[in-house]
Design a protein around this ligand. Structure first.
Ligand code: GLU
Length: 612
């Protein structure tokens, strides 16, 4: 795009930067390869490729020879073809203060210093797969094309020009051969390297190539995995430390994006996990880098805060929210009675929702949320739907979290995302993990498990005694019952569980909605046997707690799955404050019941005495 209104904010930004840097006119076009001297010094192009394959450009997208910008990409191919050890045996990863075309090798290790200087690059090309030089070149051309996402060609005149004048590179190659790093045919080796340097690209291509590295070796435009993910970090490392000639340190300091530049004025810069940049303008500064390319990258990095070492904010947002199923229910329609039960008990189901990159930081947050949970859940749903990527740390820590939860008898549900998973993945989670495609299905499953576990049968729920039919509340005006109902919580008690124990603080008045409980006071009946005093649906217990607020005088045990409605002391106090008339009705009802009990026990005692 050279003129006209930019289509959107990104185009506008690139256009502005392009205008600013196009105005710079310092620097020289490289001439040591005679053909390069013909480059138009006014040319300036910018490309930016995202990791989902969108490419933005500004300025001139004229083809030029890739030159040294080919080095990291061919290094990636060599690593893919030979493995890291074989490559490192001949080419190190140490920055050098020497010029890129220095005729030297690392005397300490007997290797070329790094793959970004010519010595290392000539060896790197020789390591690419192929049984003849021609096959090796085809591999290089196909590899560079795959990085760019289109078929690239070669500028034969630049190739010829360099071949005719490239004695310095031959000298380097001879030195490498004398050190045992190259085989016999030095000329052929150099020609392979010259051809690689003469491959034609545009600023757009350099952006897509960089985005492929930034994207773990997967070309975001074509979706082709060009090199394995695990070679990418090695490539980006040498770009970061050695990619910009003798400006590498300051480039990393100022711009902070791993990059490689070349004598024809190209720069390809890869910001891992974010974007690829391609820049082209032939005027070079004294260190051999494109004047406008460096300036454009610097502006873009500053405006967008792209520096690699700028601590990322993203990691803090990994755990988006944690909620319990008593607050967020599944969409499954359930009868009112089931809903009441879930209101009361579904706090035991906890959902952790994660977003974005799942790495160390967000997984650690999840682990902490689980560990510090004051109410230990029996079901945990790990909702990874919004996780876009999960790295090695994320996988390792999730595995151990899941193993611990399972060992503690917590049911673990994983909501599966569509992840671009690394090798070690969530697929190897233990079979005991329940997998779901969405959080709603996971919630529904947990709810059903919870209801089943409570022994809640439909019969039990069908027989639920409503509040209006509770013995204690008989004869109370409707408005008083309604006021009470608003303040009740539902408690589900499994068979055999202790509802409360002797000496417990008084936690309220209980209405039995369904099921049956028994007080543990055993009364000697006439045959001399002890029996339990049972309290069935429709009856209430624990009312003294509201009256005197003292601790419990007896233990109450559920004889079968039981559902109670509970009025706590705080709710009772609030009822008295807010609705004294309803509270008075309740107190009267309790008094009536207590006096009825008193009369009957007086009658019992009288009968007992008469019998005695
Ligand atoms: N073909 C060029 C050479 O080896 C590339 C140099 C460069 O771009 O740094 O001299």
């Amino acid at each position: 795009m050279t003129d006209g209104a930019p289509a959107g904010p990104i185009e506008e930004l690139l256009h502005e930067i392009w205008q600013e840097v196009a105005a710079l006119d310092s620097g020289e076009v490289a001439t040591y390869i005679p053909e390069l001297a013909k480059a138009d010094p006014a040319t300036c192009g910018i490309g930016l490729a995202t990791l989902d394959g969108r490419v933005y450009t500004a300025g001139d997208l004229v083809p030029f020879t890739i030159q040294s910008v080919s080095k990291p990409y061919v290094y990636a191919l060599a690593l893919a073809d030979r493995g890291q050890d074989a490559v490192l045996a001949k080419v190190g990863a140490e920055p050098t203060g020497d010029p890129f075309n220095s005729i030297s090798l690392d005397e300490h290790t007997g290797r070329a210093f790094n793959p970004m200087v010519n010595a290392g690059a000539i060896i790197t090309s020789s390591l690419v797969a192929g049984s003849t030089r021609d096959e090796q070149f085809q591999r290089i051309l196909a590899g560079l094309s795959a990085f760019a996402g289109r078929d690239l060609g070669v500028d034969e005149s630049v190739y010829d020009s360099e071949r005719r004048t490239g004695d310095r590179n031959r000298a380097i190659a001879y030195l490498m051969r004398s050190a045992g790093l190259l085989d016999e045919d030095v000329d052929a080796q150099c020609e392979l390297y010259f051809r690689q340097c003469a491959v034609l690209v545009t600023a757009r291509d350099l952006a897509v190539m960089a985005a492929t590295l930034a994207n773990g070796g997967l070309n975001p435009v074509t979706d082709v995995q060009v090199v394995p993910r695990d070679v990418v970090a090695s490539v980006l490392t040498v770009m970061a430390t050695c990619g910009m000639y003798d400006y590498a340190g300051e480039w990393l300091y100022r711009v902070g994006i791993p990059a490689k530049s070349g004598v024809s004025g190209g720069v390809s810069a890869a910001l891992p996990g974010q974007l690829g940049l391609g820049l082209h303008s032939p005027l070079l500064d004294p260190r051999g880098n494109s004047v406008r390319g460096v300036a454009a990258a610097d502006l873009l990095s500053k405006r967008l805060g792209l520096h690699l070492l700028l601590p990322s904010e993203r990691s803090r947002n990994g755990l988006r929210r944690t909620y319990r199923a008593d607050a967020v229910r599944s969409r499954r329609g359930r009868p009112r009675s089931h809903r009441d039960l879930l209101d009361a008990e579904a706090w035991q189901i906890v959902v952790h929702e994660l977003v974005g990159d799942e790495g160390f930081a967000s997984t650690e947050m999840l682990i902490r949320a689980v560990q510090d949970d004051p109410r230990p859940a029996r079901w945990r749903v790990l909702d990874l739907r919004r996780v876009t990527r999960i790295d090695t740390a994320g996988v390792a820590l999730l595995h151990s979290l899941v193993a611990r939860l399972l060992a503690e008898d917590v049911a673990v549900c994983v909501v599966e995302p569509r992840l671009q998973l690394p090798k070690a993945s969530l697929r190897d989670l233990p079979d005991a993990v329940h997998r779901f495609l969405d959080a709603d299905s996971a919630l529904e499953w947990c709810e059903t498990q919870l209801l089943d576990g409570l022994g809640v049968t439909d019969d039990l729920l069908d027989g639920l005694v409503p509040l209006t039919q509770q013995e204690l509340l008989e004869g109370l005006p409707e408005w008083a019952v309604a006021a009470l109902e608003e303040r009740l919580t539902t408690r589900v008690i499994t068979a055999g569980a202790i509802v409360f124990d002797e000496g417990d603080p008084a936690d309220g008045l209980y209405f039995v909605g369904a099921g049956q409980v028994a007080s543990d006071i055993r009364i000697r009946n006439q045959a001399g046997r002890r029996r339990l005093s049972t309290i069935a649906a429709g009856s209430s217990f624990g009312e003294l707690a509201l009256v005197d607020g003292r601790t419990r005088s007896t233990r109450i045990v559920a004889l079968e799955p039981t559902i109670c409605y509970v009025l706590g002391p705080d709710e009772f106090a609030e009822l008295r404050r807010r609705d004294p008339a309803s509270a008075a009705e309740l107190v009267l009802a309790i008094s009536r019941m207590l006096s009825a009990r008193l009369r009957s026990s007086t009658a019992d005692v009288a009968a007992f005495e008469a019998d005695g």
